[in-house]
Design a protein around this ligand. Structure first.
Ligand code: CTP
Ligand code: MG
Length: 229
């Protein structure tokens, strides 16, 4: 299926504290965002990529990623992740049948994972990368002590890519108001609120998000170790 990929890379990366937006930070020799661009270019189904970047840094983004024929547009992001996603979706070509949304902060994405997600759109309106929670979960009290142990049965951690039939995600965003665009933390949550079924696929391999310096060191090791796509 012709698939348009939106890479959201407009965040500032405050928790990483690198002094530049997180997407520009290098890991294993490439800017974080470039790892995702490469994976999408090598994925069977992706026909167009839109990169959403910090407003005013379109030129820096273009220089950071270099020449990639599949990059359809580089557009400025918004004040929340979901506003950035909306800007990216609006800039995609109209002929795509599927829309994939991915965080630039997840550079371990592989073409194989993209292919597995897109192929399952035959069965679902929406499917996201996600993994069952492995740790025992505690709810904290105001002092940061344990208030309770939370049953983790059935709990999964949502990741990206999140893939949707194009008309489905376009209608989700067409009906979102400012409050929802400010508060929602992923596209799947917005779809769920409208009664759209969302399937999950466990990548079965690390697909972590770079949030802190420790995360960055870890993905450097994983990116440098010649993973199998
Ligand atoms: N993002 C975005 N636009 C925003 C906020 C976030 O495009 N207004 C993107 C980020 O670039 C990132 C993804 O959403 O790829 C997930 O966000 P997060 O990991 O929180 O990144 P940052 O917001 O950049 O980091 P921090 O919260 O530490 O500032
Ligand atoms: Mg953030």
């Amino acid at each position: 299926m012709r698939t348009g990929a939106v890479i959201v890379a407009a965040g500032s990366g405050d928790r990483l504290g690198a002094g530049v937006p997180k997407a520009f930070v290098r890991a294993a020799g490439l800017p974080l965002v470039t790892w995702s661009v490469r994976a999408f270019e090598d994925a069977r189904d992706v026909t167009a990529i839109v990169i959403v970047c910090p407003p005013g840094q379109e030129r820096e983004m273009s220089a950071a990623i270099g020449t990639h024929g599949m990059v359809h547009a580089i557009v400025p992001g918004g004040s929340s992740r979901q506003r950035s996603v909306a800007a990216g979706i609006a800039a995609l070509p109209h002929d795509v049948g599927a829309i994939l949304v991915h965080d630039a902060a997840r550079p371990l994405i592989t073409p194989g994972l993209v292919g597995r997600l897109v192929s399952r759109l035959r069965l679902h309106d929406a499917i996201i990368a996600a993994a069952p929670v492995a740790d025992t979960l505690k709810r904290a009290d105001a002092q940061g002590n344990v208030d309770a142990t939370v049953d983790r049965a059935g709990l999964w951690g949502a990741q990206t890519p999140q893939v949707f039939r194009a008309h489905v995600i376009r209608s989700v965003f067409a009906t979102a108001d400012d409050a929802e665009l400010d508060s929602a933390t992923d596209c799947a949550g917005m779809a769920e609120r409208r009664g759209i079924g969302v399937a999950m696929l466990d990548p079965g391999a690390p697909n972590m998000k770079v949030t802190t310096q420790a995360d960055l060191r870890l993905v450097e090791v994983l990116l440098g170790s010649g993973r199998i796509a």
